[in-house]
Design a binder for this molecule. Structure first.
Ligand code: FES
Length: 69
């Protein structure tokens, strides 16, 4: 995988639920927080191995949103 494509939008972030990065982003943009995203997609409800990746991604999205204000 090249560095340019390190975070493809169709990357599966949660293997237990098959939740993709673009799905998490869409739900975040609809106003869902991490708990709501977890309930909606099943992410974070299995092994928990995706917890930090998803938390970091949501922080990134928060920063992008703040910059856009
Ligand atoms: S990878 Fe997300 S709960 Fe297991």
């Amino acid at each position: 995988m090249s560095a340019k494509n390190a975070n493809p939008t169709d990357e599966v972030m949660c293997r237990c639920s098959g939740t993709r990065r673009d799905n998490i982003q869409r739900l975040y943009e609809q106003g869902m927080d991490v708990d709501a995203i977890s309930r909606w997609t099943g992410a974070l409800s299995g092994c928990g191995g995706c917890e930090w990746d998803i938390a970091d991604f949501l922080k990134e999205l928060e920063v992008q949103k703040d910059k856009a204000r």
